[in-house]
Write a protein that binds this ligand. Structure first.
Ligand code: NAD
Ligand code: DAU
Length: 355
């Protein structure tokens, strides 16, 4: 048996592929365009493993997808491939439209053509799981209940609007063409192989490098954090038991203001890798101009996936964040490699010396 994973060299996709191959003997076809966010280094532990077949390519390439699907006859497709960083979508939305909307559309078209030719048994088993985000729901007021799956879509950034469009296309392909789809909408992930442009890995990286820790606005924006391995286990569970055409919110009930997250990271670093000058890492905190259109609060109500599919996260924020800091301390070479070259140039252009 085989599954096709897109975006499997990125943060969540690579964690998913690594976990999948620990838990299953099924082959993984890993299609990834290797943008700045995709790193084959995430997958070096699979070198020589015949169950992992990497293909460099774009989800917008219909012919390539058609060829891969025909050749490998996967029983499922899991779509992680996307442009994922909100700040980049504000500075340059075009790539987000191209990959997240047009790319998802082409993937759906290729899967629809493939699915149409399957025998009845294979048709019954086949699934397309689309990985999406809680940001499609927009921003919550401080006292509003957490997002459920029936919350209206109100995306506020080019990133979240492009993800919302992709979710709608996936939904439409189920409704119109009976494509067997599942969608997951997850909260903020953190953990190994997280690219150091996102808050948690950026703060760890900058702290150790003696650089400012940039806090947008007042730092009281709230995000709902989930350890990446728990997101991966949720996706596996939805693939296994989710109802076709349904969406599942994924989260760990871990709402935290950004400033609290940064203070936690600083305290763990003070303990595990204290500054040579005896000062505390929190002294590097620097307030910077807020992100335009910055969503104030996200929070996921994970009742549906817990009740209907019996999924629960294994990590609390406290255990997961400690593991994450330790991983970055142990993997400084990975950080140095992925933060060199084009990435540094880009950050320099956007933010000058702040980052
Ligand atoms: P990421 O940016 O780390 O990785 C994205 C991967 O997709 C990279 O390997 C990149 O090379 C690849 N890619 C980009 N464009 C492509 C294209 N056109 N064709 C093929 N591959 C392409 O992102 P991530 O954080 O791992 O997110 C994965 C998915 O999960 C995304 O769809 C994202 O919207 C969603 N998501 C992320 C989070 C989070 O907190 N990171 C939370 C909820 C949902
Ligand atoms: O909610 C799920 C989403 O979480 C995913 O869909 C996105 O792909 C993922 O990137 C993430 O989006 P956020 O914008 O929430 O993540 P980011 O790490 O960029 O920012 C987290 C919070 O921290 C946000 O409120 C902005 C703030 N921030 C971020 C950076 C990079 C700062 O204060 N300073 C920073 O330098």
């Amino acid at each position: 048996m085989t599954i096709l994973v897109t975006g499997g060299a990125g943060f969540i996709g690579s964690n998913f592929v690594l976990d999948w191959l620990v838990q299953s003997d099924e082959k993984v076809i890993n299609l990834d365009a290797l943008t700045y966010a995709g790193n084959l280094e995430n997958l070096v532990s699979l070198d020589g493993d015949a169950r992992h077949f990497f293909v460099k390519g774009d989800i917008g390439d219909f012919d390539l997808l058609a060829k891969l699907l025909a050749e490998h006859q996967p029983r499922a497709v899991v779509n992680f491939a996307a442009e994922s960083h909100v700040d980049r979508s504000i500075h340059g939305p075009e790539d987000f439209i191209q990959t997240n909307i047009v790319g998802t559309f082409r993937l759906l078209e290729a899967v629809r053509a493939f699915y149409g030719q399957l025998e009845e048994t294979a048709k019954n088993e086949f699934r397309l799981l689309h990985v999406s985000t809680d940001e499609v729901y927009g921003s919550l007021a401080a006292d509003a209940p957490a997002f459920t799956e029936t919350h209206q879509y109100e995306p506020n950034s080019p990133y979240s609007a492009s993800k919302a469009a992709s979710d709608h296309l996936v939904r439409a392909y189920h409704h119109t063409y009976s494509l067997p789809v599942l969608t997951t909408n997850c909260s903020n992930n953190y953990g190994p192989y997280h690219f150091p442009e996102k808050l948690i890995p950026l703060v760890i990286h900058n702290a150790l490098a003696g650089k400012p820790l940039p806090i947008y606005g007042d730092g009281q924006q709230i995000r709902d954090w989930l350890y990446v391995k728990d997101h991966c286990s949720a996706i596996r569970r939805v693939l296994e038991a989710g109802c076709l055409g349904e969406t599942y919110n994924v989260g760990g009930w871990n709402e935290k203001p950004n400033l609290e997250v940064v203070h936690t990271l600083c305290a763990i670093l003070d303990e595990l890798s204290p500054r040579a000058d005896g000062q505390l890492y929190k002294e590097q905190i620097t307030y910077v101009t807020d992100r335009p259109g910055h969503d104030r609060r996200y929070a996921i109500d994970a009742t549906k996936i817990e009740r209907e599919l019996g999924w629960k996260p294994a990590e609390t924020f406290e255990t997961g964040i400690r593991k994450t800091v330790q991983w970055y301390l142990d993997n400084q070479a990975w950080v140095a490699n992925v933060t060199s070259g084009a990435y540094r140039e880009w950050l320099g252009k956007q933010y000058g010396e702040t980052k």
